[in-house]
Design a protein around this ligand. Structure first.
Ligand SMILES: [Zn+2]
Length: 498
């Protein structure tokens, strides 16, 4: 998303205005005051947390001729002015993620020895530095080992584990953290006051929550949602597709009563009213989490809520790429109403595998209770949630369980640094785990082809290895979605709906 006007306009011109990173602010100001700025910094952390903004503040501080006693740049001298206007040729910003970035690094070693043109010092800001190729890293390393006195570096990355140790050890490292909601809300209030925008407090809370710690996303969203100099909760919810808290409560109550019909009708109603079911699912998880926290001290209840959270987490992930919007939630509801523990879900796994021979739709109806009885699922071993095909098979057990993957899913995604690969991978459904092979199906051919290349699979496999310390292998294929839909609808048609 391109930055809108407010983000640029309200980009802090002083360390004092930097939001949410007090320790970094303090350390850098002290270094400036004492004249001990390092020639190479490494800024790590999630997107939108102020890395590039801070890098520009450092660049300005390196050159400013009249900093104040606190270490802040004057914002008045010719060098500050040049940099604030964004047209200083000695402040070189390289985006390592772009193809041009790689060429620029090659040029860097040649050009760095020349004196700066406009300001006393040259500053290189290399964004997404982990994307550099090995030759580019080597070139950069040589430069970092013996930088000319006039050259400074600020490297920024969202994926520090991909930066070679040799580079990291040459830099002073700062870890930027996600910005807390309160700080984001305060900043939005400040901008609203400056711009004479009327706002409802709850609207700002929704924006801050949805930005997940990224100030840039929060400010851009804020600007997009303003209408006639006003920001209302109603409009924010519409744009975010947030349905009301009441709907989450209603669904929860029908699940508690195991009232399948009302629960499914609730989802159908939300869909018909045009609500975004993905947002609803996220909101429902927040609701469940609150119930879980209230249930601590009541193990049976807590266990049930953990199971439900697990179901709706899977549904939320699947909602991003489903042909039938309501289906993932309907499946989660069905499981929540009929089966109380995860180790009883084997027949569902069978459906999800699209395995005709074992398909429960070929059983005499009523399908669900009967299948559970027949399988004698109570006696299944505990490891059944590992999804290996047959508990009696002699192959070694999987190195990971589905649950471990689900719990760590967000962390795995964060390790995948190419956004398009991350997005495509996120649409997959894990159907089976065998030893170190994770089988994933994709409904969309586009996403399958994106993930199913040697390079991109390696990216994802590395992400798993990073999180679990286990080597895994991805097996990708297109899902038999039509098959699945037919089977599941048949269940619904035959058993649930009129
Ligand atoms: Zn200055």
């Amino acid at each position: 998303m391109a930055d809108l006007a407010f983000y640029r306009k309200y980009r802090p011109s002083k360390f004092t205005n930097l939001v949410g990173q007090p320790p970094i602010q303090k350390t850098l100001l002290n270094a400036i005051k004492s004249g001990h700025l390092s020639h190479a910094y490494l800024f790590c952390g999630p997107r939108g947390t102020g890395k590039t903004t801070t890098a520009r503040l450092v660049a300005k501080a390196i050159n400013c001729i009249a900093p104040d006693p606190n270490g802040e740049s004057c914002n008045k001298c010719e060098y500050c002015t040049l940099m604030n206007q964004g047209n200083c040729v000695d402040l070189i910003e390289i985006d390592a993620a772009s193809n041009r970035g790689i060429d620029e690094i090659r040029d860097l070693r040649e050009k760095i020895k020349f004196s700066p043109n406009q300001t006393p010092h040259k500053v290189y800001i290399i964004d997404e530095v982990h994307m550099l190729t090995t030759p580019a890293f080597n070139a950069l390393l040589k430069t970092l080992e013996e930088p000319p006195a006039h050259a400074y570096f600020v490297l920024a990355t969202t994926e520090v584990h991909k930066v070679p140790e040799t580079i990291i050890s040459r830099c002073q490292r700062f870890d930027f953290r996600r910005i807390d909601e309160e700080s984001i809300i305060d900043r939005l209030k400040y901008i609203a006051t400056q711009e004479k925008i009327k706002y409802e407090d709850e609207a700002l809370t929704w924006i801050a929550q949805s930005a997940e710690g990224g100030m840039r996303d929060a400010i851009n969203l804020f600007e997009q949602i303003i209408e006639d100099q006003k920001l209302t909760t109603k409009h924010v919810k519409e744009i975010l597709g947030v349905s009301s808290h009441d709907n989450a409560k209603k669904l929860f109550q029908s699940l508690e009563k195991q009232d399948l019909k009302t629960a499914l009708a609730e989802i159908q109603g939300l869909h018909q009213e045009g609500h975004d079911l993905y947002q609803f699912s996220r909101e429902f998880m927040t609701y469940l989490r609150r119930q879980l926290l209230d249930a601590i001290g009541k193990p049976e209840l807590a266990k049930k809520y953990i199971y439900w959270i697990d179901l709706f987490q899977t549904a939320t992930i699947e909602l991003k790429d489903t042909l039938i919007a309501q289906l993932p939630l309907e499946i989660a509801i069905l499981k929540a109403c009929f089966i109380e523990e995860e180790n009883k879900t084997n027949w569902f796994t069978t459906i999800l595998k699209g395995n005709k021979e074992e398909s429960p739709t070929q059983e005499t109806k009523p399908i669900i209770p009967k299948k559970i009885e027949e399988n004698g699922l109570q006696s299944l071993p505990d490891e059944s949630n590992h999804l290996h095909q047959t508990p009696t098979s002699k192959t070694p057990p999987p190195v990971l369980s589905l649950n471990e993957i689900k719990i760590n899913f967000q962390r795995i995604l964060e390790q995948i640094n190419t956004p398009s690969v991350r997005q495509s991978f996120n649409t997959g459904i894990i159907t089976q785990i065998q030893e170190n092979a994770i089988h994933i199906e994709f409904q969309s051919k586009f996403h399958l082809e994106k993930v199913n290349t040697t390079i991109n699979k390696a990216l994802i496999e590395n992400a798993f290895e990073k999180i679990f310390n286990q080597k895994i292998r991805l097996e990708c294929r297109q899902s038999k979605m039509e098959n699945l839909v037919d089977q599941t609808l048949e269940i619904f048609g035959g058993e649930i709906l009129d």
